[in-house]
Ligand binder design. Sequence first.
Ligand code: AMP
Length: 280
Amino acid sequence: MIIFKTARDLSAWLSAAAADGQSTGFVPTMGALHEGHLSLVRQSRAANGRTVCSIFVNPTQFNNADDFSNYPVTIEKDIELLLGAGCDALFLPSVQEVYPPEHVKKHYALGPVETVLEGAFRPGHFQGVCEVVERLLDIVAPQRLYLGQKDFQQCMVLQKLLALTSKNAHTDLIIAPTLREADGLAMSSRNLRLSDDERKGSIAIFQNLDRIRLAFGTKDSRELEAEAKSDLEGKGFRVDYIAICEPATLLPKTDGRRPAVVLAAAYLGPVRLIDNLVLS
Ligand code: AMP
């Protein structure tokens, strides 16, 4: 695996490599890698001649300074894991490299998907996500972009980004299933920040999503949401939302018909956890 710190070196390597006619798969991450990330790398490897992974904790997508400064960094271990997963190139840029002085901030017209759920609780978050992903896509120009369903709304936003920038003409979005711990907790870099007790309690998010999955259609969706919220609050969570939505728009689901998606975000101690299940 080659590690690149500059966009110029990575682009030069990719241009030379393109002579073999094989495709490039790209897995953008913020590091503190776990099996969920590695599953994306493996999926990319299976379908592409080359796989590029990036690790960059993007300051412009954090709307909370503490969350940014406490974001886990485990770079040595990440490199080992990527080597083991067969990643070909790792892009490890500095903030100056991603946002050079000539970088101009844009506004992305993402529509309603930007302002509901995550967007309502993390203002500006998806503009920052689009800013970094557009920049990374300009550098890597992959044929396939791999994202996790764990960040359901982010996948919708980035699908929109691909369309807005016409990058969908040469880059396909591939959405990979959420990898979970044995007890159901969705794997996440932020799980590293949970205390032992919080880690044990954290499974209540998945348990409530799963309960909704089973009960969906037998009861009013707003009632199911309220029950889950009160169960989580009783277990010490501060709930941002737990919402049963239309998968295509993320508007509240008003009938009991599948498909639907149930999404949740809640704090346990200082750590904000998100998860979702598609009810298909
Ligand atoms: P992050 O480093 O959290 O920005 O995540 C990088 C990519 O990995 C995103 O596309 C995430 O959706 C994806 N990802 C994170 N956690 C998981 C998981 N548990 N299973 C599958 N993909 C994941």
